[in-house]
Design a protein around this ligand. Structure first.
Ligand code: ADP
Ligand code: MG
Length: 633
């Protein structure tokens, strides 16, 4: 008999396989083994197991997630989770969040290579013939919420994200909202992580990270800097985005680029320009993996990229182009490093994005005032509203961009106060603020450096030759994700536009200059009648009453999408600011760019609803854009 992995008494909801069968809740003893999750009657007095009542084969499971409690749920049923398999969901209630998290985590780990894992699920219960989340009345109806972490795989870099606002369907219905979801199973003190990158301490309080080594997390009160212990017992602060929880075991391999999408992979492989260069990434289908391979042979000059899905046999084995089966992905990769077996080339060179560590929230734990003597200035990047922006190095090795604030251009004290808050904002699609130099004049703002510069220039000059629909949509997705994070932090950008986004070496787009417009001292910029006011990106309520909100950011996002799909045209090109300020409140809208299909254009137009409340949220936009991307791939 196989060994028991977990054992626990839970409350189980009856599955109502027939419509007439009653809904009831019974205590059962659940036992998890390698093959099955089985539940039994048990004797509460003697604590002994009795007859088997049912079981689910692990390989049939398609999704494991928590479920939001219904309103007025009794205490013992607050911590629900669902196991979805071909007969529908099995609802189980744990006695507390820890037990629930432990089971979800273990189950996700066990099902991660299952066939047909779901990409969407229902966050609320199926009850009385309706899904309480989206009100669909068919039990088989597709889920209404995209899994935050790919099914079975927690995204390391997203561990510290706050829960997002409710999904569209929850928000728009007239029924009472279910309570906010409990924090899903995620990182916790005591967990073991492995370092994806080396980290050299920047302050005395920091702890060195050595790539691929294990660390124990001791404290997580700051989301960006966790206190950790290494295997020698040394303790200190580490950047939380440099480590991942050991989950699928692939994190240890340099060829595994977890969060990379198709066009980023192509960009990286083309930049490396090595025949047989390859990497493995998460496929756009949740729970699946793709091998991206660059080859110089074939027709295209300069080489081309191919993408091969890693397939699974019904027995759970892996194979690529031809049927050479392996029980693990590393074995499969190892084989194809020596044999092309149906692909354009064998996998000759590992191309990894780990050569470049991501940015940290500040230059060391607790640092926000930067010593200007640690900065070297290398070249001018451009001039903006506050003056010159330079590229340079911090401590001779870390790339940074430095805004030198022209005296009289900014209300400095207010900004310096706010900078402490802005330092805490960290997201892969936001340009990271590293710190400020305020002890001398001019003051400096030091941020992450992005080598491909401003998005507007990139659209106009960098993408000229046949941008693909996937590329354009991925730009929009990056911006929507960054903005969804700002929205979740209740932070309003106020000047979102392609000129305020930057592009990094991998082609990832990040939003910058959020909130900065509040500190500009220049009437031409701050007054809505001024020549520098972003009239072309403003909704009626801003033009008429200067009412800024996340919804005015949404309007600007629609215009930014339009900039993306016209490859950087000026919105309402033929009109003056005064004409725009006059006509937009009366219903004038931008037309459909040639490169945008109806679906893409309809996303833009939802952002330009004259009633702010009718516009979507960034969270919704990010999901919609993601859905369109799925359809394209
Ligand atoms: P401001 O916000 O003060 O008006 P900008 O942010 O527009 O100034 O900066 C001017 C130019 O400098 C930009 O167009 C861009 O090309 C370049 N730049 C600014 N910040 C960065 C950065 N972090 N990385 C790379 N280039 C940058
Ligand atoms: Mg700017």
């Amino acid at each position: 008999m196989s060994e028991n992995i977990l054992e626990e008494i839970f409350i189980k909801r009856s599955q109502q396989k027939k419509k007439t069968s009653p809904l009831n809740y019974k205590e059962r003893l659940f036992i998890l083994t390698q093959k099955k999750i089985a539940y039994y009657d048990f004797d509460p007095e003697k604590g002994k197991r009795k007859g088997l009542r049912g079981s689910v084969d692990i390989e049939k499971i398609k999704c494991v997630e928590s479920v939001q409690p219904e309103p007025n749920t009794p205490q013992e049923r607050m911590y629900a989770f669902q196991i979805i398999y071909d007969e529908g969901p099995l609802y189980i209630f744990a006695k507390n969040d820890d037990v629930r998290a432990q089971w979800i985590k273990k189950l996700k780990e066990m099902v991660r290579f299952n066939k047909d894992l779901m990409q969407k699920y229902h966050p609320c219960f199926w009850a009385d013939g309706v899904w309480l989340c989206c009100h669909q009345e068919v039990k088989q109806a597709m889920g209404c919420k995209v899994l935050d972490s790919k099914n079975g795989l927690t995204c390391g870099r997203r561990l510290s994200r706050k829960p997002l606002p409710p999904t569209p369907t929850e928000e728009k219905t007239g029924r009472p909202l279910p309570p906010q979801p409990q924090e899903p199973s995620g990182p916790s003190v005591g967990m073991i992580v492995i370092a994806e990158y080396n980290y050299t301490p920047m302050t005395e309080q920091d702890l060195e990270l050595r790539k691929d080594e294990e660390y124990t997390i001791l404290e997580m009160s700051d989301t960006n800097w966790w206190r950790a212990r290494d295997k020698y017992g040394k303790e200190g602060y580490i950047p939380s985005n440099y480590v991942v929880e050991t989950e699928n075991g692939l994190e240890r391999f340099d060829w595994y680029c977890k969060n990379m999408n198709r066009s980023q992979a192509e960009m990286l492989l083309k930049t490396e320009n090595k025949d047989g260069g390859f990497l493995v990434r998460d496929s756009s289908k949740a729970g699946k993996y793709t091998v991206s391979l660059f080859s110089k042979g074939g027709g295209e000059t300069g080489g081309s990229c191919r993408h091969y899905n890693i397939c699974t046999t019904p027995q759970g084995q892996f194979y690529l182009a031809e049927k050479h089966n392996f029980s693990t992905i590393p074995e499969l990769i190892n084989y194809h490093q020596h044999n092309a077996a149906g692909m354009v080339s064998r996998l000759k060179y590992i191309v990894s994005n780990r050569a470049r560590p991501p940015s940290t929230a500040g230059l060391g734990y607790g640092v926000w005032e930067i010593d200007p003597h640690c900065l070297t200035f290398i070249k001018d990047l451009g001039t903006g509203q506050f003056g010159v922006v330079k590229y340079g190095k911090w401590q001779g090795k870390h790339d940074v961009a430095i805004k030198m604030i022209k005296e009289g251009s900014m209300s400095e004290d207010d900004f310096i106060e706010e900078a402490k808050i802005m330092m805490k904002l960290r997201h892969e699609n936001l340009v990271q603020l590293y710190g400020v130099c305020t002890k001398h004049r001019p003051i400096y703002i030091v941020t992450e450096f992005l080598s491909n510069g401003c998005l507007l220039t990139y659209l106009r000059e960098g993408l000229k030759q046949h941008p693909t629909t996937v590329q354009l949509l991925e730009i929009c997705k990056d911006v929507a994700e960054g903005m969804a994070y700002l929205e979740s932090q209740q932070f309003i950008h106020r000047d979102l536009a392609a000129r305020n986004c930057l592009v990094d070496g991998n082609g990832t787009v990040k939003v910058t200059d959020f909130g900065l417009s509040r500190y500009v001292l220049d009437d031409e910029y701050t007054s809505s009648a001024g020549s520098k006011f972003p009239v072309r990106w403003s909704p009626p309520e801003v033009l008429l009453y200067c009412k800024f909100s996340s919804k005015s950011d949404i309007w600007a996002y629609g215009v930014l999408m339009w900039e993306v799909y016209t490859l950087g045209w000026l919105p309402y090109e033929r009109l003056s600011n005064t004409e725009i300020a006059d006509q937009v409140p009366r219903g004038l809208r931008l037309y459909r760019p040639q490169l945008a299909n109806e679906k893409v254009y309809s996303i833009m137009t939802t952002c330009w609803h004259d009633k702010p409340d009718e516009r979507p949220t960034f969270h919704e936009l990010a999901l919609t854009v993601q859905d369109v991307l799925y359809e394209l791939q």
